[in-house]
Design a protein around this ligand. Structure first.
Ligand code: HEC
Length: 143
């Protein structure tokens, strides 16, 4: 009788252990799945972020020069601030060499009269070629 009891005990322990390890492995599978899922959604988020960034902060050299200068104090791409919106400027001037020269000079020297009485301050430290790169970029922004 005592033997049977011991055998029963042992088998009970084994069953308990077996059950335990089974549910344990089920748990770790679920956890692994969850980790995989969250890794996936992280990857998604990163992908989205990269997409948005490349849409807003353009890697265009002209956009970088604008970001490095003070243009954004008075100009935005879509809305008029103190100066006209870059898209309005693009709509007004076709991207011809003559227009690019004229506008690059105006950015460097400053001036007023084409959009109203508020003058644009000059940017005498801006290199002519940088000013042209900026203007080309501005004129490429169509509505
Ligand atoms: C102090 C505010 C201010 C800053 C800073 C500024 N602008 Fe302007 N910008 C203006 C105003 C005001 C006008 C409109 C001038 C006019 O009526 O002719 C203008 C006009 C322009 C035009 C159109 C010119 C024309 O004759 O149609 C371009 C192109 C331009 N800005 C580019 C730039 C760039 C590039 C920068 C940075 C290097 C810059 N602006 C910085 C205020 C500013």
């Amino acid at each position: 009788m005592k033997k049977v009891f011991i055998v029963l005990c042992i088998s009970a322990v084994i069953t308990a252990c077996g059950g335990g390890s089974k549910s344990g492995s089920a748990d770790s599978t679920t956890a692994a799945n969850e980790t995989a899922k969250s890794a996936e959604s992280n990857a998604d988020t990163n992908a989205n972020k990269t997409g948005t960034e490349s849409a807003t902060v353009s890697s265009e050299p002209g956009a970088k020069l604008i970001a490095a200068s003070d243009c954004s104090t008075c100009h935005k791409v879509d809305v008029k601030l103190i100066g006209p919106a870059f898209k309005d400027i693009a709509a007004k001037y076709p991207a011809t060499d003559a227009n690019i020269d004229t506008l690059a000079n105006k950015v460097i020297k400053g001036g007023k009269g084409n959009w109203g009485d508020i003058p644009m301050a000059g940017h005498p430290t801006l290199a002519v070629n940088d000013a042209k790169t900026i203007v080309k970029y501005i004129l490429s922004l169509k509505k």
